[in-house]
Design a protein around this ligand. Structure first.
Ligand SMILES: Nc1nc2c(ncn2[C@@H]2O[C@H](COP(=O)(O)OP(=O)(O)OP(=O)(O)O)[C@@H](O)[C@H]2O)c(=O)[nH]1
Ligand SMILES: [Zn+2]
Length: 309
């Protein structure tokens, strides 16, 4: 049978059968090895697997014996060298970042890091500006400018209020028929939004944990929630920021679309877009064609990379 992993505890996986939509608590048969991928978890939420129900075990249990090749995946890089990285989720159609300009404001640095990560994995990303119910006129005006900046770069944006319900239908429409990774820093209202988007959320999460909590290690990496059949949200509780893939410093500009399109216009092919003469990126920043906050994020990410090496 074929199914999708909707929750992983490290030792047990909850798999939704594609045919019946029933949940099965599954373990892995044998050991799975990744070619050239050093990760602590062989399977992640979103993985499509072949499994067999376990005749001898409890009803609803099974054994996974095959993993389908992934369309894409997001890895959370370990902080310490001794630790392996782990796969947060696989087979995503898009990513959505919930942010807010108030209480507490999300920094451009945080937003841009997320967008760079999504670019690196070729996953389309959307920004949702939540809590608009508490923005005053001035802040709403500023929001308009911020939205314009991201829209110009190619990222769709939405306004929402989990409290008044504004924008929730628009978010729901964007999710239709897709598997979406939902992310956001603590306090932006992600849980409140998920509650508004996923009907019977408590029931559904209870049902999933009934299957997974029987395992010993219940560290949850991520969970796939059903908005309706065919439409899924992947929540990543406890993950504040996605780790960037390992990239060479010279690659960073490729993950800023507005820089990417100008790279071949720089005088030097190995231009880092810092102080080099004849830099098309800097020129575009000076002419206002590249938004300064975006370039500023680029500079601070370059500095971070410098510190890591
Ligand atoms: N004014 C306003 N407050 C909101 C909105 N959405 C959420 N909040 C409030 O913001 C706080 C945080 O909301 P949560 O949904 O718990 O935020 P979260 O992003 O899930 O944060 P964690 O639970 O820490 O991960 C709560 O006090 C919510 O009531 C909104 O649209 N407008
Ligand atoms: Zn340059």
């Amino acid at each position: 049978m074929t199914g999708t992993v909707v929750k992983s505890t490290g030792s047990w996986y909850v798999v939704r059968d594609h045919a019946t939509l029933n949940l099965h608590r599954c373990r892995l048969r044998g050991r799975f090895k990744h070619k050239g991928l050093k990760v602590s978890n062989p399977l992640a939420v979103g993985d499509v697997v072949e499994f067999e129900t376990d005749e001898t075990g409890d009803a609803g249990t099974g054994v996974i014996d095959h993993i389908e090749p992934r369309r894409n995946y997001i890895i959370r890089r370990s902080v310490h060298k001794s630790e392996h990285s782990h796969i947060v989720a696989a087979n995503l159609d898009q990513a959505m970042l919930v942010v807010t300009l108030a209480s507490p404001a999300t920094s451009f640095g945080f937003i841009d890091r997320f967008l760079v990560t999504a670019e690196a994995y070729s996953i389309p990303a959307t920004l949702v500006f939540n809590k608009v119910d508490i923005y005053d006129e001035e802040l709403l005006d500023y929001l308009g400018q911020v939205q314009k900046m991201y829209e110009r770069t190619g990222y769709p944006t939405l306004r929402s209020s989990a409290h008044t319900g504004e924008g929730v239908a628009a978010i729901d429409a964007l999710l239709e028929g897709k598997t979406t990774l939902l992310s956001g820093h603590s306090g932006v209202g992600k849980s409140t939004l998920i509650n508004a988007l996923v009907p019977d959320l408590d029931l559904k999460t209870a049902e999933i944990s009934e299957y997974s909590d029987k395992g010993k290690h219940t560290t949850t990496f991520a969970e796939m929630l059903e908005v309706r059949p065919g439409t899924y949200l992947i929540d990543t509780p406890g993950i504040k920021e996605l780790g960037l893939v390992d990239m060479k410093q010279g690659e960073l500009a490729h993950y800023f679309p507005e820089m990417r399109e100008r790279l071949n216009q720089c005088r030097y092919h190995n231009c880092r877009h810092l102080e080099e003469p004849g830099c098309a990126v800097r020129e575009a920043v000076e002419k206002g064609k590249i938004a300064f906050p975006r370039y500023d994020s680029y500079l601070s990410m370059m500095a971070d990379e410098d510190n890591r090496h």
